[in-house]
Design a protein around this ligand. Structure first.
Ligand code: NAD
Length: 370
């Protein structure tokens, strides 16, 4: 397949003149030399210093509109190591007990919650009560009711709540969304989106139902549901689902090992997905009336690879964490409302779908999504 540049790809679709409009809709990706910003930066405190927090911290090193200013951790050794590595002021370091004192710290504008899923609610609400904006990682929480409480708490505190949906700022995904929602290949009829990896550590919190809320559906399936929803620009109305077999009883005594589901959308699309902890898969495929578009790898941190029935997709590989934080920071610094597609309500919508998927798999029935 001929490797097309982004511009010729757009021209190849017969929408060359629309390219400028499309570009204007995209965030200013960091690979393009942009004018240096030297205004106030949004000061972010990371809450929970695990694996993903390290990715975020690295992304924040090159961010223009925000910076890593504080940390909240339950492990004193990590506090010391991060303080040195990222030059964090002692007064901006908290543990889970004294965290609420952050209310008196005007140096922190936003708390980014990167803890195990079941802890998202508590720390989001505590951050909101301390008057801080919040970004909370996916999945937003472990039940839809928890999501509602989090949204309510942020509203009552007058702070904004975003979900860490990094792919909303990623150029391949911005393009998938455009191809689907603008019906560039006609109405999308089916989507296959799956994400999985092989889990091996029995002590991992992701295999503990109380902490994770569920298995690969909670952790990985949420991306598949997300991509279906933003590519179609519609909400699913019903779902059927099936748990996969348990091949490793030692690892999967509390959460599912794999799960497959079919979401039905009002425009007629059927979206089939599997999320799995027993094999590696990372792909998105959409078939529309007049063509297809696909990505694989599709959901990881990239580099992504994709094509359509008209040619290869070719976009810059970006630092997803940096771009996401910068784009959110720009909006908050300007005192504006965060866009709906990454706000708390979006996490709640996904959680309702995840709950319906579990119900469908457990009952064997088609479940209506309310
Ligand atoms: P991790 O296990 O690497 O880190 C979890 C952190 O929480 C650790 O610092 C740990 O010390 C702390 N913690 C506090 N109480 C704990 C407890 N009771 N049990 C276990 N850990 C506890 O996990 P992670 O991969 O960093 O995931 C954290 C969150 O980030 C999850 O919600 C996950 O879904 C999300 N995440 C998002 C992405 C993404 O691409 N957006 C990627 C990975 C993880």
């Amino acid at each position: 397949m001929k490797n097309l540049s982004r511009r010729s790809f757009l021209q190849n679709l017969g929408i060359g003149t629309g390219a400028a409009i499309v570009s204007a809709a995209l965030p200013a990706f960091n690979t393009v030399a942009a004018k240096k910003y030297d205004g106030k930066k949004l000061n972010i405190a990371l809450c929970g210093l695990g694996r993903y927090a390290s990715y975020l911290a690295e992304g924040l090193q090159t961010a223009q509109y925000c910076r890593l200013a504080g940390i909240i951790t339950g492990t004193p050794a990590k506090a010391a190591a991060w303080k040195t590595k990222y030059s964090i002021a002692e007064k901006n370091i908290y543990n889970y007990q004294n965290f609420d004192a952050i209310i008196n710290n005007s140096d922190i504008d936003l708390v980014y919650v990167v803890l195990p899923n079941s802890m998202h609610k508590e720390f989001t609400i505590r951050a909101a009560k301390a008057g801080k904006h919040v970004i909370v990682e996916k999945p937003m929480a472990i039940t839809a009711n928890d999501c509602k409480e989090m949204i309510e708490a942020c509203k009552n505190a007058g702070v904004q709540l975003a979900i860490g949906y990094r792919l909303h700022y990623e150029p391949y995904h911005v393009e998938l969304k455009r191809l689907g929602q603008e019906k560039v290949f006609g109405q999308v009829r089916l989507i296959e989106a799956s994400l999985g990896y092989k889990a091996g550590d029995a002590n991992e919190w992701r295999l503990n139902k109380a902490l994770a809320g569920g298995g690969p559906l909670m952790n990985l399936g949420v991306y598949c549901v997300q991509s279906n929803r933003y590519v179609l620009g519609e909400e699913p109305f019903s779902v059927t689902a099936q748990f996969g077999p348990v091949t490793n009883k030692k690892l999967f005594s509390q959460v599912e090992e794999s799960i497959t589901w079919q979401l039905h959308f009002p425009g007629g699309a059927v979206c089939t997905s599997t999320s799995s902890y027993n094999c590696s898969v990372d792909r998105f495929f959409a078939a529309a009336e007049n063509g297809f578009f696909e990505l694989s790898p599709a959901i990881s941190y990239g580099p992504f690879k994709g094509r359509t029935s008209k040619g290869e997709l070719n976009f810059p590989t970006i630092n997803q964490q940096q771009t996401q934080c910068d784009e959110i920071a720009k909006v908050l610094l300007a005192g504006k409302q965060l866009p709906a597609h990454i706000a708390g309500e979006e996490g709640l919508k996904d959680m309702k779908v995840l709950q319906a998927i579990y119900e469908a798999a457990a009952t064997g029935k088609r479940i209506l999504i309310g």
